[in-house]
Design a protein around this ligand. Structure first.
Ligand code: PRP
Length: 178
């Protein structure tokens, strides 16, 4: 285990097991349909790469890059769109894939933005859901795990751009950020 990690909450095999189950569920729900899968960078990078390999569907992979103004621990809710979709989502099914939902402000912005483009449907899949921190109400269609309000890193999730490469999800030691 990395020296800055206090404990592992989801091991590589826990993550893999959940990704397989989510892939199966999404495959069943979109059977026979075309699906545009949108990874929200950078955090969702690892999750979306693993998830799409479990989808037995006709998918198109796209990415969006967003960033929120604020400190590394508290979002201001002002979202910057740094890279838009390549695909036209008019009359298409869209699945937004996130690593973690915290306040919900990033997704609220994205869903509203996508809905102006007349998609057939927009659904949300997140690996981790931190409901305790939610500031806006939203329906999350696919959830990997409900997580406590701890400082979580790994499997795509960073602290000051570090730790994204850890193959597990763990809690960062307080001494690292205090
Ligand atoms: C993280 C995460 C989500 C967002 C969730 O991204 O990947 O996109 O924050 O927070 P919210 O629900 O409070 O909006 P971040 O802005 O840290 O960028 P990153 O994906 O590049 O790490």
């Amino acid at each position: 285990m990395h020296k800055d990690i206090g404990s592992i909450i989801y091991s590589e095999s826990d993550l893999n097991e959940r990704v397989v189950a989510l892939g199966k569920q999404i495959t069943e729900d979109y059977k026979g349909e075309k699906l545009i899968v949108v990874g929200v960078m950078k955090g969702a990078n690892l999750f979306v790469a693993d998830l799409i390999r479990k989808l037995d569907l006709d998918i198109i992979l796209d990415f969006i890059v967003v960033s929120s103004y604020g400190s590394s621990t508290e979002t201001t809710g002002v979202i910057r769109l740094l890279k838009d979709l390549d695909e036209n989502i008019d009359s298409e099914h869209v699945l937004i894939v996130e690593d973690i939902i915290d306040s919900g402000l990033t997704l609220e912005y994205l869903v509203k933005n996508f809905e102006t483009r007349n998609p057939k449907s927009v659904k949300i899949c997140t690996l981790l859901n931190k409901v305790e921190r939610r500031k806006v109400d939203m329906k999350v269609d696919y959830i990997g795990f409900q997580v406590p309000d701890e400082f979580i890193v790994g499997y795509g999730i960073d602290y000051a751009e570090r730790y994204r490469n850890l193959p597990y999800v763990g809690i960062l030691k307080r001494s690292v950020y205090e």
